[in-house]
Design a protein around this ligand. Structure first.
Ligand code: ADP
Ligand code: ASP
Ligand code: MG
Length: 463
């Protein structure tokens, strides 16, 4: 009988130090993973971004301090994992590359998205070398005949050239996965590769956007026609809301692709929003669990699930803005929305929720959009633009949401003293979302959780 093909992704906390890596290696071995996709060690991507921006804007000495911090942290892990001088030489090669790139940014006083992607790629490239060694140690301790083999994700994950949020090219990736990772020809191998990074056809390093390792793993799982995609993190599965916000959050045993996609899109950090697209396309069930306590089980995300509750979960997306565009020209005319969306399309900015009235349209966006002055200036060519900041988007995720009487009353009764800035209902039967002030976001989630989910068991934060 053919063995199941399992792709396992481990996030930053699961790569936190040598012990975390060893624990994750044990999980990968026990799960019989064929391909392990790893994130940078916890906090390293943030450090690399800080290194790049400091190199661009400040003195070389202050940038170099951040470089040294990254170097010291990874060399300590290398010692703890008993790396050979040759393996440490590979890490040193990456440190040299990082130092040269940062130096270049400093001298030019220019950190393009292209440069930033190459700098960020060092995080996953370092952690994957370290994790390959952790895997080798574990295989040795188990006297396994299998071999851990490091592979450069950029040989597989071809993308377009939208630096910082590159889009994978699925058919090229499929061909490369079949060429390099064919399970029939590589039965004795466990492959280890990097999440988050890719390469253009011309050979430039790209990244898929923050938190993108989940997405990489899903894309590679699709490329390999895997049977299961596993996402190993620091909580035992997807919970009814972020356990960091609400102590009553409890793990969900099963959730449909549609509900989980809405949850991820509307702010649940546990999954990168695009993760489920390839899984849905290829019909691959996704398991989410804790590498710290795999025995606690986790959540299965699948096409069909046993139950369809009205409210399964809720998410909070902080740092949102509401942009209202008003013009009398919208009255009885057509083409206005087309013009507006064209501007957003030209700047590749994605809109989350929309409402319209007679002469205005309100859109919710991530507050990073404010950095894009040209976009706002372009919008001002069509309409008066009003921006409200410091907002948060709350979403309730479930089933039959747009066909259930009394739901809105129950929601707004529980937060009757809180001003609701915008409501979006109707587009999806799985989602009801609205905007409130960022400052009351956690309070609103806690009240809604109490109303719709109730008091929980002990949260499954497992670290
Ligand atoms: P990783 O580094 O493993 O990718 P992340 O920090 O990106 O991990 O995602 C895991 C975190 O997601 C959890 O620690 C938790 O705080 C947060 N989170 C947000 N919403 C949820 C949810 N609904 N269920 C579980 N965790 C959630
Ligand atoms: N290391 C990247 C980040 O921190 C990607 C990931 O962890 O998924 O965003
Ligand atoms: Mg993540």
């Amino acid at each position: 009988m053919n063995e199941k093909i399992i792709v396992s992704k481990f996030g930053g906390t699961s790569m936190g130090d040598a012990d975390c890596m060893k624990r994750s290696a044990a999980v990968a071995f026990k799960q019989n993973s064929k391909l392990v996709v790893v994130s940078a060690t916890s906090g390293t991507t943030n450090d690399l971004i800080e290194l790049a921006t400091t190199a661009e804007k400040s003195t070389w000495e202050s940038a170099h301090l951040i470089f040294t911090k990254i170097q010291v942290k990874h060399l300590k892990m290398a010692r703890d994992l008993e790396m050979t001088p040759e393996q440490i030489g590979d890490l040193n090669g990456l440190f040299e590359e990082l130092e040269s790139m940062s130096r270049g940014v400093h001298l030019l006083k220019d950190c393009s998205l292209k440069a930033l992607d190459s700098i960020q790629s060092i995080g996953e490239r370092l952690s994957s070398l370290l994790f390959t060694q952790a895997m080798k140690l574990y295989l040795r301790s188990e006297k396994s005949k299998k071999e851990a083999k490091w592979i450069d994700a950029r040989e597989l994950l071809i993308t377009d050239n939208q630096f910082s949020k590159a889009r994978p090219m699925t058919s090229e990736i499929k061909n490369l996965c079949q060429k390099y990772l064919d399970p029939k020809k590589t039965a004795d191998k466990i492959f280890v590769t990097q999440g988050f990074i890719g390469r253009t056809k011309e050979g430039m390093t790209t990244t898929l956007g923050r938190g993108g390792s989940d997405y990489s793993a899903a894309i590679l799982a699709e490329g390999m026609s895997a049977d299961i995609l596993e996402i190993w993190t620091d909580v035992a599965g997807i919970a009814t809301t972020d356990p960091r916000i609400c102590k009553d959050a409890r793990a969900i045993a099963e959730i449909s692709f549609k509900e989980a996609s809405e949850l991820a899109t509307f702010g649940a950090k546990i999954l990168h929003p695009a993760t489920l697209l390839p899984a849905v396309r290829a019909g691959i069930p996704v398991f989410v669990g804790s590498s710290f306590n795999p025995e606690l089980g986790g959540t299965w995300v699948k096409k069909e699930v046993g139950d369809s509750p009205l409210v399964r979960a809720m998410a909070l997306r902080k740092k949102q803005i509401l942009v209202t565009l008003s013009t009398p020209e919208m009255l009885y005319s057509h083409g206005f929305l087309y013009q507006i969306f064209k501007v957003f399309n030209d700047y590749k900015v994605s809109i989350d929720a929309i409402t319209t009235s007679e002469i205005s349209v309100s859109l919710t966006l991530d507050d990073s959009t404010l950095l894009n002055r040209e976009l706002l200036l372009d919008l001002e060519k069509f309409a008066e633009v009003q921006v409200e900041e410091n907002l948060a988007l709350v979403s309730l995720i479930g089933n039959n949401i747009n066909h259930t009487a009394g739901l809105a009353k129950k929601i707004f009764d529980s937060i009757s003293d809180i001003n609701v800035r915008m409501i979006c209902l109707g587009a999806s039967k799985h989602n009801f979302c609205f905007m409130i002030a960022d400052a009351v976001g956690a309070e609103v989630i806690n009240r809604l959780h109490l109303t719709f989910i109730g008091l929980g068991e002990t949260p499954r934060k497992t670290q």
